[in-house]
Write a protein that binds this ligand. Structure first.
Ligand SMILES: Cc1cc2nc3c(=O)[nH]c(=O)nc-3n(C[C@H](O)[C@H](O)[C@H](O)COP(=O)(O)O)c2cc1C
Length: 456
């Protein structure tokens, strides 16, 4: 099978529930959720980047009662499970974060963000955004995906979650700090080599450019050989997964299609109220709604805020299943971003609710994309880019929900074909993830906040 055949056939395989893999998970094989390099060289995070890194991807919550197998994250912290400000498929934070370029006050180079210590570890001296294929930037954040963190549980389904998780983190970073923006055109293979990551084990998924940082005084240059982490990640043993990961790596110079809204026949159109949500206001409060949803309806203003931020680049549309929204009859809708209107497509199939495992949410939201149109223009890399766009959209939706005091839950445990049929999605479009929103019926959380006293 060629790399291209592998990627194209993966689209369909990754839409099916990974039931077999889940039935035989070896939890003793679960790798640590935190990557660490030797600590001797670690330096403090520059104050101008501290907020971005901690609120973007620090360790902010801890569940003392549930042990995740793998090395203890920090000496002095009892065994448990760390949580980040962002959600993650399976609760397994698969992304790692690096800084490359002119980090204020430090030598130009690549640094790994050690979230457990809230420190930076130099990984390669002299590395610049040019080594990522983004020569015009001064400083970039690089989001990688550690394959084995998900593969031990989900098998090859892991790659879809790896992309969505990376997109969620990209969506978070650009929401935490306004002078950041995602770069869609970077060279993933070159970036992986620059960071010294092993092919098929840890892949460069997304790059976010940071503007507005003053390089300041620079200490002398550091070594140009990449540093090795304390525990080396090995390529995934799941057959073909390592090949898929490298096949999807960006090779630079590619174009992405500009998707246009699908032609839809609709029965009525509802103009939404103007909305300009501040996503930063949702960062502290966001966590996955675990206690289910109450019967209280959402308002049109809620829906307007959610739609404004969920629609985004590379997506072909946002579909909705509205159950309880004041001023909107229940049914299936598609959001028309250009006119800020909801187009009513009809009623969903009866019994759909249970099939989607929606927990009684007032609203189910589906960012949708067109794989075939994108492959034709951008090649294999499109799989990753589209799912990253979906993850970022889902996270913006979570933050807008949290900012409005609403509960939100990203899910992938729905049947894609059922959703396509029940929502009457046009040929070619696929729901990339499911985001449930509603008023929570309570707050259920066993996690405790972590602060500076806990990190080292
Ligand atoms: C891409 C993605 C897929 C997810 N899929 C599911 C899912 O299928 N079912 C579920 O119960 N939770 C799902 N979640 C939610 C995670 O379980 C949750 O984010 C994780 O446990 C961490 O908790 P937190 O969001 O409160 O930090 C998903 C999250 C993400 C980002």
């Amino acid at each position: 099978m060629t790399a291209t055949d592998l990627v194209r056939s993966y689209v369909e395989r990754a839409e099916r529930s990974p039931r077999d893999a889940l039935a035989s998970v070896d939890w003793t094989a679960a790798p640590s959720l935190v990557k660490r390099y030797p600590r001797e060289l670690a330096v403090g995070v520059p104050p101008s980047l501290s907020d971005l890194l901690r609120r973007g991807y620090g360790l902010t919550r801890y569940q003392w009662t549930t042990r995740v197998p793998g090395p203890v994250i920090q000496p002095g912290l009892s065994e448990g499970r760390p949580f980040r400000p962002v959600p993650a498929g399976g609760g397994l934070a698969s992304s790692e974060l690096y800084l490359v370029g002119a980090v204020p006050g430090l030598a130009v180079g690549a640094y790994h963000y050690d979230a457990a210590a809230h420190e930076l570890t130099p990984v390669r001296g002299g590395a610049t955004p040019g080594d990522l294929g983004v020569p015009e930037a001064a400083l970039c954040l690089v989001i990688t995906g550690v394959v084995e963190r998900l593969a031990f549980k989900y098998g090859e389904f892991a790659y879809r979650l790896l992309c969505l998780n990376a997109g969620v983190l990209a969506g978070q970073l650009v929401s935490v700090r306004s002078d950041t923006e995602p770069c869609w055109n970077f060279d993933g293979a070159r970036a992986r080599v620059c960071l010294g990551l092993s092919a098929g084990a840890e892949s460069v998924m997304a790059v976010v450019r940071v503007a507005g940082v003053e390089p300041g005084e620079r200490p002398p240059a550091m070594d140009g050989t990449p540093l090795s982490p304390t525990a080396r990640t090995s390529p995934s043993p799941v057959r073909e997964l390592a090949r898929l990961v490298t096949a999807c790596e960006a090779t630079g110079g590619h174009q992405h299609p500009a998707p246009h809204p699908p032609a839809l026949s609709f029965t009525e159109a509802t103009r939404l109220p103007d909305a300009d949500p501040r996503l930063i206001d949702g960062v502290e409060a966001r966590r996955t709604a675990d206690a289910g949803f109450s019967d209280e309806p959402l308002t049109l203003a809620d829906v307007a805020a959610l739609m404004t931020v969920t629609a985004g680049p590379l997506l072909s549309g946002v579909f909705l299943l509205a159950r309880r929204v004041g001023g909107l009859s229940s049914g299936v809708y598609c959001y028309n971003a250009e006119e800020h209107r909801l187009l009513r497509l009809g009623d969903p199939r009866p019994g759909l609710s249970r099939a989607l495992g929606d927990g009684g949410a007032a609203l189910s939201i589906y960012p949708a994309g067109d794989y075939q149109a994108g492959f034709a223009v951008a090649g294999d890399r499109w799989y990753t880019a589209l799912n990253i766009a979906a993850g970022a959209a889902a996270q913006r939706c979570c933050l807008a929900s949290a900012a409005r005091g609403l509960g939100c839950r990203i899910q992938c445990s729905y049947d894609v074909e059922t959703v396509v049929g029940a929502l009457g999605m046009p040929t070619g479009l696929r729901p990339l993830c499911q985001v449930l929103v509603g008023r929570e019926s309570g707050r259920l959380s066993y996690t405790q906040p972590l602060d500076e006293r806990h990190v080292r």
